[in-house]
Every structure is written in C-alpha cells, then in structure tokens.
Design a protein around this ligand. Structure first.
Ligand code: PXG
Length: 435
C-alpha cells in the first residue's frame, strides 16, 4: 500500500482490499468518469444513485462557482438567505400535492433522523405523546445514524452498534423470488405482505405507534420493487390507525422511477418524505424532508417569539447546496429528465432481461431507470461472485454497484440507448466470466 493512502478511514469499503489496488476517480462529465490512469468509465450507477442529471452539468457548475464567490455561508438559525426559500418553494411545487413544507438537511441519513423526530414530536404536539414507536421494514436502508439503523433492516449495519433505539419494530420485506422472479416492473404477487403491519399493530397497539417508514423501492438491499397494490395497502392501514407513513425517497426521488417521485409513480402519497442525493445531483451534500401542511401546522402554536421545532443543522440550507439545488432542478426541467426514465424503461428493461438464462442469474428486476440482477452466491463466499462481476465491469470501463450477490444499476437519467447496450453487454461478459 502507498503510505499516502494510510490515513483515510474509508466509509463502507473493504479498505485493505481497496488500498492494495485503489480505484481512483479524478474527473467527471456527463455519463462518464475518468480515473487516475486516464481511462474513461461509463457511470452505470449515477455515482452512488445521486448524479441524476449527469456529471458536472454546466448550470450547476456555474451556480456553485458564483455562489462560492458571492456568499460562502449564512447561519440558518434565526437568520436565512433568499435561495433557501426559493429552493423550498420549487421543491414543494414539484412534490406530490399536499407535501408543501420543506426542511433542509445535509444527507439522507439526516433526513431520516429529521423525519422520525418530526413524527414523534407531531403526535406529542397534538396530545398523543404515547405514540413514540417507529416501524421499519426488513431489508430497509435508511442511512447510518442511530434512528436510521434502528428502523433499518440490515443486520450487518446494526449488529456492531449496541442496543440502538428502543421502541422499534419491523414488518417483513417484500422480496419473493419464488413467486416474482424475473418480473418486469412491479411484481404481481404480494400486496398482502402489507398486512404484516396489522400484525405489528396488533402486538403493540396502534396508540403507541408514531410512524411507519419504508423505501418505495428498497435500493441498497438490491432493488426490491413493491408488489402491485402493496404501498396502497400500507397507506390504508396507516390511515385506519392514525399512523404517519414516511416514504424514504432518497434514491427514488428526482426522476429515478419515471416521475418526479416514486409517490407519483405508485400513486400513494406519504405524510412525510425524505430526500437527498438527486436534490443537488450529488454536487453539494444536501437532503430535505417534505411534510404535509397539517403536520407542520401542529407545531405553530404558543408564543410567536419561541422556536417551534428544536431541530436543525449548522449547514441546513447551505448557500452552496441551495445554489446547486436550484440549478439542478432547472437542468431537470430544461431537459425533461424527471420523466425521461418512463420513456427509457421499456428499452432498459428489455436490455436487462436479455441477461436471463446466463449462469447463476436467478432474478432480474427493473422499474424506471433502476435495475437489479440477482445471482446465486458462491458456496461459502457470500457476495464474492458479485464483487468479481463489479471488478470485471470496472476493468472494462463500466461502473456498477453490488450489494450481497445482487448487481444494482441506476444510471444517470441522461443515458442514451447505446450506453444502456454497452452497460448490459459488459455485464453479460462479466457474468459469464464469473460462472
Ligand atoms: N435512505 C435511503 C433510502 C438511502 O438509499 C440513505 C437514506 C442515506 O443517505 P446518506 O446521504 O446519509 O448516505 C440512503 C443512502 C448502496 C448505497 O450501495 C446506498 C446509499 C448510500 C450508500 C450506498 O446501495 N443510500
């Protein structure tokens, strides 16, 4: 290992393995990265599910540069700057009807913590302070802070960190290979899996439950598309019992599913929605929570000179992030990117499903411009086959993601058909070689 690589303790990385053969990116534009060897790499995963408009888009670059020169920072507590209001207004107009309040954070993890706190505080403010319990889902990913890993359903992210939040429970995940393998778009079977929420409610009593949080499509655990009717059923059960429904749209937000948000695509509106990633296209860290008017308004009581919601971050609505967010939304609008996935999903899906029949491929799933290819694990070496495929693709100049033995695809929404072909052809070769 080169000594200069020693100090950086890397996030979610097999760091000793990485530092022996680093994959170092130094430049990006549009659909491509370049590495430190000058190789061009096609980005099949939008950086990390975030670069939805493609890399280094001119409007975004200029907006960040101009903002950095004009005003670096403005305190967000008891002070503000105009772009924060402008961006909140634009995001609220883009959001599903009713989600018209916007609280800014700096990441998806912070958005999740913010939404969970909002849910508990909301019930308390309206006199139901006993509603403190939070319900997540197996195989859910909601970032890495304590609230997020507590409602999250990934044992690897939980087991090292003690007892987590109390008062959390989980409903079952929706992955059902036996009935739904090789589904195109939403799987047909499994709406009834939402009834698992009734089981959890029967155990704890609805009067103790503040909120249910789910990703409309579970991204990190391998692109699990919700069965038809499942999210509607969750919505109905939450309504019946006075429980808030939170959609974590950190990945699915900003065009990934073919509409601005997965809530639009699936026709189900949550009470709170967490966002990050595509909000600034990854250019400057930023997240947000969208809330229904009625949730916000419950806090607006008491003397006007007092702070209503004791929560926020030094960098909430940071000027650089707001400038980047405004320019990113403009780029989405200029190029129709927030609905582009709906035009490409047929082509993308067909290309991806052409991998059916290759050795070890046990499922292919897709919706909008997100896809997953699930493989049988090598005996005794979980996730190694997918790692080999990921490394092989990277060596061929295509960057993908893997999680467990699942290859995940979520390219920038500017992708062209030839680039879809290139990604799928490269993946085909790598799957064959990893047999
Ligand atoms: N919620 C969801 C649904 C996410 O996908 C977060 C919250 C946390 O966001 P931050 O900005 O705090 O990282 C995420 C993040 C992967 C992968 O490989 C996915 C994420 C992050 C890192 C890796 O699938 N999603």
């Amino acid at each position: 290992m080169k000594p200069e690589l020693d100090a950086f303790w890397m996030p979610f990385t097999a760091s000793r393995h990485f530092k022996k053969a680093p994959r170092m990116l130094v430049k990006a534009s549009g659909m491509y990265y370049w590495d430190d060897q000058g190789r061009q790499i096609l980005d099949g995963v939008a950086g990390l599910w975030c670069v939805n408009a493609g890399h280094n888009r001119p409007k975004v670059v200029q907006a960040i540069q101009a903002q950095a020169a004009e005003m670096d920072f403005a305190p967000p507590f008891q002070m503000a700057h105009p772009k924060a209001f402008e961006l909140a207004d634009k995001v609220s107009k883009l959001a599903p009807a009713g989600l018209n309040k916007v609280f800014f954070t700096n990441s998806g993890s912070e958005s999740v913590e913010t939404a969970l706190k909002m849910a508990i505080a909301y019930h308390r403010a309206r006199g139901e302070g006993q509603r403190t319990r939070l319900i997540g889902r197996e195989r859910g990913y909601h970032g890495v802070n304590f609230g997020g890993i507590s409602v999250g359903g990934i044992s690897g992210n939980r087991k090292m960190f003690g007892s987590l939040l109390t008062g959390v429970d989980h409903i079952r995940h929706t992955h059902d290979l036996a009935r739904n393998a090789f589904s195109v778009g939403q799987p047909v079977h499994g709406a009834e899996m939402a009834d698992d929420l009734e089981r959890v409610i029967a155990l704890h009593d609805a009067s103790t439950i503040a909120a249910v949080i789910v990703e409309p499509i579970a991204g990190s655990t391998g692109v699990l598309i919700p069965p038809k009717g499942y999210l509607n059923r969750l919505r109905e059960i939450c309504d019946k019992h006075g429980i808030l429904l939170i959609f974590d749209e950190v990945i699915t937000g900003f065009g990934r599913t073919g509409a601005p948000f997965a809530a639009n695509t699936f026709g189900v509106t949550p009470d709170l929605m967490t966002l990050a990633k595509g909000l600034t296209g990854g250019s400057v860290p930023m997240g947000a929570v969208l809330a229904k008017q009625a949730i916000h308004d419950v806090f607006m009581t008491g003397p006007e000179y007092l702070i209503e919601f004791a929560h926020g971050y030094t960098y909430s609505a940071h000027p650089l992030a707001c400038a980047a967010g405004l320019a990113t939304l403009e780029t989405y609008a200029d190029e129709g990117l927030l609905t582009r996935a709906s035009q490409l999903q047929g082509y993308f899906g067909e290309a991806l499903h052409s991998l059916k029949g290759l050795p070890n491929v046990i499922d292919i799933r897709n919706l909008g411009l997100v896809g997953g290819v699930e493989l049988t694990p090598r005996p005794g070496e979980p996730s190694k086959r997918a790692l080999d495929i990921f490394l092989d693709c990277y060596a061929q100049g295509v960057m993908l993601r893997y999680t467990g033995d699942i290859i995940a695809l979520s390219p920038p929404l500017i992708i062209e058909r030839e680039q879809i072909d290139r990604i799928v052809d490269t993946l085909r070769g790598a799957i064959q070689r990893a047999a």
